[in-house]
Design a protein around this ligand. Structure first.
Ligand code: 4NP
Length: 164
């Protein structure tokens, strides 16, 4: 089945320096570990442009690295309308990110591709990944736990959907 087109997955938050690059790094590590790297194309983006070109937030990189996930080589970019058609599954970290993306979908052609990341979380809480940017270290650890278990559930879900 290695001839199949890769499943294209995009994680989206506000700045693309905390939550979505973490999800990208954690999910990439999970598929690498399962030997599924060639079956997926993973990326992340932010609805805002303020941090475009920057590496992930130093606090997020430090927390991720303490769990064996290296984010240093990622660079922030802004989500564009072309991403709606360019990815099969687009996961928003919070409802604000979701609404911002859907507002770019003028012809409501791609709405079914966009959903809340925590819809897959076995402990979904309020369904959103809290923004850790203005908080303390605890916030980054909490975000890691949420993203880690949700990525695990997401991989199971997509493996089932695509018979991987
Ligand atoms: P992220 O966190 O959306 O998880 O990358 C944020 C990063 C930067 C800002 C907000 C949230 N900011 O306002 O600059």
């Amino acid at each position: 089945m290695s001839h199949c087109a890769p499943v294209r997955v995009l994680f989206v938050c506000l700045g693309n320096i905390c939550r979505s690059p973490l999800a990208e790094g954690v999910f990439q590590a999970a598929i690498d570990k399962q030997g599924l790297s060639d079956r997926f194309k993973i990326d992340s983006a932010g609805t805002g442009a303020w941090h475009a070109g920057q590496a992930p937030d130093r606090r997020m990189r430090k927390t991720a690295l303490s769990h064996g996930i290296q984010l240093d080589d990622l660079r922030a970019r802004q989500f564009t309308v072309a991403d709606l058609g360019g990815f099969d599954h687009i996961y928003a970290m919070d409802a604000h990110n979701l609404n911002d993306m859907l507002s770019l979908d003028r012809d409501t052609a791609f709405g079914s591709r966009v959903s809340l990341f925590r819809d897959l979380d076995p402990e979904p809480g309020d369904g959103q990944v809290p923004d850790p940017y203005y908080g303390g270290t605890d916030g980054f650890e909490e975000v890691f736990r949420i993203v880690d278990r949700t990525c695990e559930a997401l991989l199971l879900e997509l493996a089932k959907e695509y018979a991987l």
